[in-house]
Design a binder for this molecule. Sequence first.
Ligand SMILES: Cc1ncc(C[n+]2csc(CCOP(=O)(O)OP(=O)(O)O)c2C)c(N)n1
Length: 258
Amino acid sequence: MTNLSTTAKITWCPGCPNSQILVAFRQTIEGMVNSGSLKIENLVACAGIGCHGKISDYLNVNTFTALHGRVVPVMTGIKCGNPNLTVIGFSGDGDSYDEGLEHVIHAARRNSDIKLFIHDNQLFALTTGQASAASPKGFKGKTTPGGSIEEPFDAIPVLLQAGATFVARSYAGDIAGTRRVMEAAVKHKGFSFTEIIQPCITFFDTRDYFKERVFWREGGPASNISDAIKLAGKEGEKVPLGVFYSTEKPTFEEQTNQ
Ligand SMILES: Cc1ncc(C[n+]2csc(CCOP(=O)(O)OP(=O)(O)O)c2C)c(N)n1
């Protein structure tokens, strides 16, 4: 039986939902390996810089920790170099919506066959609580003591418009649900984008806020982008979870091998 645990000491804050993402991912991969749908030696888990990036220390698989905001080009390079690999990346809202947004959009546009998981805690956690592009308007942090004056970036509609062929949202506190979404994201052929709501219990504890508002959308993914954007849209105070869009298109790497 495959076991993805390592002996590295977990240095996330006790109770951090990053640990729940780690458990969901380990269970997803262990299940896929044990059922024969994935070979562990064919998996590469990449990570960006931030609290989320520590996940690479806690996974007994091939890993690569990229520069801040540069997890997607590293993943693309790995996949081009060896298209037989399953390439997964963990990133933060700071890492992928501030520093590295251009890479994410172009990977979606190319339908690069890589799987990106965003740990969305709506701020820069590792650097102790500055506002990120995902922080809500009014967010008070180290760089916005009077409250952020900016509207938050809503990634899912942008990624759908850019060409992502799989788009989903999950909530770290629901390990079983996150595991379901992760398995679908990993099995998807093409660019998969999954935003995982991951409250930062130290600098912006939104656990109670989200616990009351998240819900799993019934039914399957939408068959077109405008319906997918509607499915993913927040309805008043409610935050939908699930796979909003999933479609097949030729991948970037299939075409680079011409
Ligand atoms: C080029 C560069 N700029 C800035 C930093 C400093 N830095 C390290 S982590 C981080 C924020 C990470 O935020 P996020 O990606 O949301 O990850 P989290 O810590 O919230 O998981 C920043 C700005 C850096 N390491 N490299």
